[in-house]
Design a protein around this ligand. Structure first.
Ligand code: ADP
Length: 436
């Protein structure tokens, strides 16, 4: 229909009248005014013409044979294709014209014969304009509906997205809250740990200070005791030598006891000095071949090894970073004890080492008297002995020295043993030990 309007800007008009005279009259009038009229002479033809090419307006005669104008109009209004075409009824001069019926069946207007051309044209023009406006309105309405439904769809999507966003926001809020709580706990924990750390540091410093004081005291005391002890020992020996014949046997025994006591005290002082010197040693660590270390220790023990017929074996040993003289002392003390605390059979001692991740595990085992489990920790403390001097001589300082040396090298020392089943002393040394 749009096309028709564009082709015929003033409108395509169907004129339906069974009177040829009327048709001619109306057709001429319309053509003169620039319309494109199509003329048919009965209702059936009118319906066909409308179905084939719907006009913009119909001028419809009422009184026609077979199908009158009202019936034609009713048919047109039943079909969606033609329903909206405005119909103007033409009533004959003497006809009984039922205006109410004309509007009831869907007519928009009527004109009566004889025609007042200007009036006819004015009515046609106004209905065409009305029709055009209606069409525009309808099209705009459709566009508006489309716009509304697309906006509704967008709105729905937005609504869904909004809901997802809300859920996301609330779950994030929950996570944030949990994180804040965790953070608070963490802050608290950090604070506590910092407090504990500074307390630990303080007590460590205090311990280091009192250890240093103790070492200093032990060193000074032992050092200062040496001179008077040497005086007592030398005078006792002089007395023993010069007055042996003038004194009775009991007095000679007493002097012998004094000399013996002095010797033992000298050993104690020597060991104590050795122990206190460990903390003072400033020798830097250097790569040290442990095989060489053990060889030196065994050389120092050669007399006792020979006297006791001890068999000492040694597996392959690594090179570690350390203080060679302290490591010699360590092996010497352990192998010395392994021989000293022997049973009746000749001592069998073995020294070995194996790699454990970042450190070496050394072991010194023997077939000696063993150590009961309840004593296995305390023997590493200074002056802790499990035997009398008569049973086994000693000062109770050897293992304390071993522990101090191992700790200075960043390792730890312990024993595995059972009474009469021998003992194995283990200690660890890091591959790259730095002086502590
Ligand atoms: P000391 O040998 O001078 O008594 P140590 O500190 O070397 O001092 O040893 C402490 C104690 O540990 C010893 O008195 C001894 O009872 C026990 N002990 C050490 N080594 C062994 C060993 N290889 N077998 C059995 N007992 C041992």
């Amino acid at each position: 229909m749009d096309n028709n309007l564009q082709e015929t800007p003033l409108g395509n008009i169907l004129v339906v009248d069974d009177t040829p005279e009327n048709l001619r009259l109306l057709s001429t009038m319309l053509t003169q005014r620039g319309y494109v009229p199509r003329c048919v002479i009965n209702g059936k033809m009118a319906l066909r013409a409308c179905n084939y090419n719907p006009p913009d307006l119909i001028l419809l005669d009422i009184m026609m044979p077979q199908m009158n104008g009202y019936e034609v109009c009713q048919h047109l209004k039943l079909d969606a294709k033609t329903r909206d075409i405005p119909v103007i009824f033409i009533s004959a001069k003497d006809e009984v014209f039922d205006k109410v019926n004309a509007f009831t069946v869907g007519g928009v207007d009527y004109i009566s014969k004889p025609f007042q051309f200007e009036e006819v044209l004015a009515r046609i023009e106004s209905h065409l304009t009305l029709r055009k406006l209606q069409k525009q309105l309808k099209e705009q309405n459709i566009l508006l509906q489309q716009e509304i439904s697309s906006r509704l769809a967008v709105e729905e999507i937005l609504h869904e997205k909004n809901q997802i966003l809300q859920q996301e926001i609330s779950s994030r809020c929950a996570v944030e809250k949990a994180l804040q709580e965790q953070n608070l706990l963490l802050q608290k924990e950090i604070g506590n740990r910092q407090c504990a750390e500074s307390a630990l540091l303080k007590s460590y410093q205090e311990l280091a200070r009192s250890n240093a004081e103790l070492e200093q005291f032990a060193y000074v005391a032992s050092h200062d005791l040496q001179a008077p002890l040497a005086t007592i020992a030398s005078y006792a020996q002089l007395l023993e030598k010069r007055s042996k014949d003038q004194l009775d046997s009991q007095a000679n025994k007493f002097i012998g006891n004094i000399v013996q006591g002095c010797t033992r005290m000298q050993t104690l002082i020597d060991d104590l000095l050795e122990y206190s010197r460990l903390g003072r040693s400033q020798k830097p660590f250097q790569p040290t071949d442990c095989h060489q270390v053990v060889e030196r220790a065994l050389a120092n023990l050669q007399w006792v090894i020979r006297d006791t017929q001890a068999v000492v074996s040694c597996s392959e040993l690594p090179v570690v970073n350390g203080d060679i003289s302290q490591l010699v002392q360590l092996f010497q003390n352990l192998v010395g004890n392994a021989i000293k605390y022997r049973q009746d059979a000749p001592p069998v001692v073995s020294v070995s080492a194996c790699k454990h991740q970042d450190h070496w595990l050394f072991s010194v085992s023997d077939n000696g008297i063993g150590i009961a489990p309840q004593h296995q920790e305390r023997i590493f403390q200074i002056f802790q002995r499990l035997h009398t001097q008569k049973e086994y001589s000693g000062t109770g300082i050897g293992l304390a020295i071993c522990q101090k040396i191992v700790q200075r090298h960043g390792g730890r020392i312990w024993v595995e043993s059972e009474p009469s089943q021998g003992s194995t002393f283990h200690f660890t040394l890091n591959e790259n030990t730095f002086d502590l």
